[in-house]
Design a binder for this molecule. Structure first.
Ligand SMILES: C[S@@+](CC[C@H](N)C(=O)[O-])C[C@H]1O[C@@H](n2cnc3c(N)ncnc32)[C@H](O)[C@@H]1O
Length: 271
C-alpha cells in the first residue's frame, strides 16, 4: 500500500501544496501528516488526492480546490463564484479601520464584497459599526453570507449594481471597495489564476477605470460630511484614480503604498 512518504517522493507538486492537499483530503493538521507519513493510505483517499492533484497541475488555484483562503488571519470560504481574497487587500481594510478611529458607531459600506472579506474583517474589528455590503453576483453574496455566519460578523448584504443595491439607509462614514479594475485588453486575464476567477470580479470590460469612476462619482450622495472613500486599484492606476476622486469632489486625496512600495489604495474625504 502507498504511504505519504512514498507518494511525496514522486509527486510533481511543491512540498507545501502536496501537504495542503493531503491535509484537505484527510482533514488533519499538518503535524499529523508528518507523524503518520509511514501509514498506509486507503485507496479511496488516494483516488481523491489524485483527482485534486490533477486539478492543481492543470493550474487551478489552490484556494478553489480546498475551498478556503486566509485573509486578515481568518479563514474565508471561497468558491469559483468569488475572487480569491488577496493579501494586498489587507491594506484597504487597515486604511478603512484607521479612518474609523475616533468615530463611534460608524456606518460602513463595502461595494463589490465577493467573499465578504473586507466587510467582515471591518465588522469583526469594529463591532459597534453598522456594516453594509453589496455585490451584483447573487452567488458571491451566498458565499459572503456563509462567511459572515461562520465568522460571527454582523453584515447586511444587498444584491445589485453598486449603490443601486442599497436601501435608503442614510449616510456612511466610510465606503471601501476593491472593484474590478483590469482592462478588458489586459492579456493577464487569460493567464495564471485569473483564468479561473469570475470575469465580472476582474474586469470592467473597458479601460479598467470604469468601476472606480462609477463608485467615486456616486459616493458623494452616500457619504456623511467628512466621510471617506478608499478604493483598491491596479499598480499603474494611482494617478488616474486620484484624478477621478478630485474631479468627483474629494479633498485630501492620497494614494497609499503596499509592502512592496506600490500605490494600491487611493482615498479621500468628502466635505
Ligand atoms: C475584485 S472583486 C473583490 C471581491 C472582494 N471585495 C475582495 O476584495 O476580495 C470585485 C467584486 O465586485 C463585484 N462587482 C462587479 N461589478 C459589480 C457591480 N456593477 N455592482 C456591484 N458589484 C459588482 C464582483 O461580483 C466581485 O465580487
Amino acid at each position: 500500500m502507498e504511504t505519504l512518504r512514498g507518494l511525496s517522493l514522486d509527486s510533481k507538486l511543491p512540498r507545501l501544496e502536496f501537504q495542503m492537499l493531503w491535509q484537505h483530503v484527510l482533514q488533519v493538521p499538518r503535524v499529523w501528516l508528518i507523524a503518520h507519513d509511514g501509514d498506509p493510505i486507503a485507496p479511496e483517499k488516494l483516488a481523491r488526492f489524485r483527482e485534486l492533484e490533477a486539478r492543481r497541475l492543470n493550474g487551478e488555484p489552490m484556494a478553489y480546490i480546498i475551498g478556503v483562503r486566509e485573509f486578515m488571519g481568518r479563514d474565508f470560504l471561497v468558491s469559483p463564484a468569488v475572487l480569491i481574497p488577496r493579501p494586498e487587500t489587507e491594506l484597504l481594510v487597515e486604511t478603512g479601520l484607521r479612518h474609523l478611529q475616533g468615530r463611534m458607531a460608524p456606518r460602513v459600506l463595502d461595494l463589490g464584497t465577493g467573499t465578504g472579506a473586507i466587510a467582515i474583517s471591518i465588522a469583526l474589528d469594529r463591532p459597534d459599526a453598522r456594516v453594509l455590503a453589496s455585490d451584483s453576483s447573487a452567488q458571491a453574496l451566498d458565499v459572503a453570507q456563509q462567511n459572515a455566519q461562520t465568522l460571527g460578523a454582523a453584515v447586511e448584504f444587498f444584491h445589485g449594481n453598486w449603490y443601486d443595491a442599497l436601501p435608503d439607509v442614510g449616510a456612511f462614514d466610510l465606503i471601501v471597495s476593491n472593484p474590478p479594475y483590469i482592462a478588458a485588453s489586459d492579456p493577464h486575464l487569460r493567464q495564471g489564476d485569473l483564468r479561473f476567477e469570475p470575469p465580472s470580479a476582474l474586469t470592467d470590460n473597458g479601460d479598467g477605470l470604469a468601476a472606480l469612476r462609477a463608485i467615486a462619482q456616486g459616493a458623494g450622495h452616500w457619504l456623511a460630511s467628512q466621510g471617506g472613500l478608499f478604493m483598491e486599484h491596479g499598480w499603474d492606476q494611482a494617478a488616474a484614480v486620484r484624478g477621478i476622486m478630485e474631479s468627483s469632489g474629494f479633498s485630501r486625496v492620497a494614494s497609499l503604498p503596499d509592502l512592496a512600495g506600490i500605490e494600491r489604495v487611493t482615498g479621500g474625504i468628502y466635505n
